[in-house]
Design a protein around this ligand. Structure first.
Ligand code: CS2
Ligand code: MG
Length: 411
């Protein structure tokens, strides 16, 4: 197999499939037969990404040397002129993951070796406990702790409000919840009801589990800065690992207000797609964890750049790990998580549904709350196009949120 220094790209395939939920997968094939895979999934906008890749990116890659990862990254980032943005950067991210996969296969090394080798034996994760009330949520947390997870995200239904973020209601799992939304469902939101209920969740959690288990919570961008400051202060006695997405931060300076009022650690970043989105938050040390994902923030190249910048300011990475990221993204983040000296923790909601396991075959293993990366060359994930064809795309949206007076709000 030709694995010289020039591996010309001969084909770029974009596959949208729905094994449990919609995913957008890129497969880049080289003249030597070596190919790499990348995850380009943007939840609710999958076809926008697929068209962008097929129509505007793929033609430009044919003939390029797959080894030239940085040059191709710059070409796709600067060359588009209309830089940044979730759709563009998911395409950059997916192509980047695939090229690192190829480079690893050509070198016969796992990607983490190309980054600088292991900084730890495995990748510590946190799991999701969710429930229709506090008891149900904490019962699930207890099960996860018994499985070896030492950090648990707690999300419980808000009394008096139907459809709380992160709570599955009558759905059996995230995939059932996320895959059947032909139009955006509308969910009500009441900050007052939420703020009047969330402290009890953590009070009961600490009473039941004691001080050692690490707890965290996702506010999902729903508070104003001063509300987030109040929530952070309110939860200080319960010693959270971090409070995630307390405030939507297009205006990064919003976090100065939160930071000035509370010592509860703060995390943000899953919707960010470049280092510029989080530069001020990191540089001013207004946050403690940056949660950018390989798929959404420019791939392994993008994540590595953000991690190194964050390390200067004592900020750790805590990559996003939602149901709408495929095992390819999990693999890329696990390689980053093995290497990054300022790795904090990786979100983990499982490697996907049963159907997903038919399509994405990987050598990642979860044991005692830690992801163990296999020794395969590249990312260690393969994508079965025939299996994927059995699960055709079907449009599915994220919900939108409205206040009780009908005002459109952050979901
Ligand atoms: C959530 C995500 O996991 C998280 O932290 O914020 O599941 C988010 O709701 C989804 O990625 C949206 O597609
Ligand atoms: Mg989140």
């Amino acid at each position: 197999m030709k694995t010289g220094r020039n591996l010309a790209i001969t084909d770029v395939r974009v596959i949208v499939s729905s094994p449990g939920r919609n995913f957008v997968t890129v497969k880049i094939v080289t003249e030597s037969g070596i190919y790499g895979v990348g995850d380009a999934t943007v939840n609710g906008r999958e076809m926008a990404v697929a068209t962008y890749l097929q129509e505007h990116v793929a033609p430009c890659l044919i003939g390029r040397n797959a080894h030239d990862i940085e040059d191709i990254w710059q070409y796709l980032y600067k060359g588009v002129y209309w830089r940044r943005g979730p759709i563009n950067m998911a395409c950059v991210g997916a192509v980047d993951m695939a090229l690192w996969d190829i480079k690893g296969k050509a070198a016969d090394l796992p990607v983490y070796e190309l980054l600088g080798g292991k900084s730890r034996r495995a990748v510590t994760t946190y799991a999701h406990a969710t429930g229709n009330d506090v008891t149900e949520t904490l019962d699930q947390a207890a099960r996860l702790i018994s499985e070896g997870f030492q950090t648990i995200r707690l999300q419980s239904a808000v009394p008096g409000m139907e459809g709380s973020y992160g709570v599955m209601g009558d759905k059996k799992d995230y995939f059932e919840m996320q895959s059947s939304r032909p139009l955006p469902p509308e969910q009500p939101w009441s900050t007052r009801k939420y703020m009047n209920s969330v402290e009890d969740l953590f009070r009961q959690a600490r009473a039941r589990f004691g001080p050692d288990v690490q707890l965290l919570h996702d506010v999902h961008s729903r508070l104003t800065p001063i509300e987030a400051a109040r929530l952070g202060k309110m939860l200080e006695p319960y010693d959270l690992l971090f409070l995630e997405d307390a405030v939507a931060a297009e205006n990064q300076e919003s976090y100065r207000i939160v930071r000035d009022h509370t010592t509860t650690p703060l995390a943000i970043g899953e919707v960010y797609n470049t280092i510029w989105d989080c530069k001020d938050l990191i540089q001013n040390q207004w946050i403690d964890y940056i949660r950018t994902a390989a798929t959404h923030a420019g791939g392994i190249t993008g994540l590595r750049r953000i991690a190194d910048f964050a390390a200067i300011y004592h900020v750790r990475i805590a990559p996003h790990g939602a149901p709408d990221l495929s095992p390819i993204c999990y693999a890329a983040q696990s390689h980053i998580g093995l290497w990054a000296p300022n790795f904090g923790i990786q979100e983990f909601v499982g490697f996907g549904s049963a159907q997903s396991a038919e399509v994405f075959r990987h050598d990642l293993r979860i044991e005692n709350g830690m992801i163990h990366v296999g020794e395969s060359a590249g990312l260690g994930v393969d994508f079965d196009e025939e299996a994927a064809a059995r699960y055709p795309y079907k449009r599915s949206y994220l919900p939108v949120s409205r206040l009780e007076d009908g005002t459109l709000w952050s979901w």
